[in-house]
Design a binder for this molecule. Sequence first.
Ligand code: CO
Length: 137
Amino acid sequence: MIRKIQHIGVAVRKLDDAIPFYRDVLGLEFAGIEEVAEQKIRAAVFRVGESAIEVIESTSPDGPVGKFIEKNGEGIHHVCFQVEDAAAALAHAKEKGVRLIDETPRTGVHGMRIGFLHPKSTFGVLTEFAQEEDEHA
Ligand code: CO
């Protein structure tokens, strides 16, 4: 069901400060910036082979990433697994007793259908499932 690590999400205070590290120091391919208003974030995506690093800044202190940084500081925020069917993956996790943040998939970065599992149920790692738009379209 899980195909690969789609991306790792990294929370930063300021995207503009973090982009040069990923682009110029690590030399990763910069795939652009996207705003997801619903999650109160802006994300810069860098490709790493078949996976990516999603560098995220909060557009509001009361957004989920703003709160995360306030509590934990900058750093790894979540791990995202690519799945064939995000709704089915969430349902499967719930059936296995995992607490969900999203009961049903919503739209995330790059129009992917995404949903999160609660870190209290996943040994401290905020876990995301993402279904790319070309699948089950
Ligand atoms: Co993500």
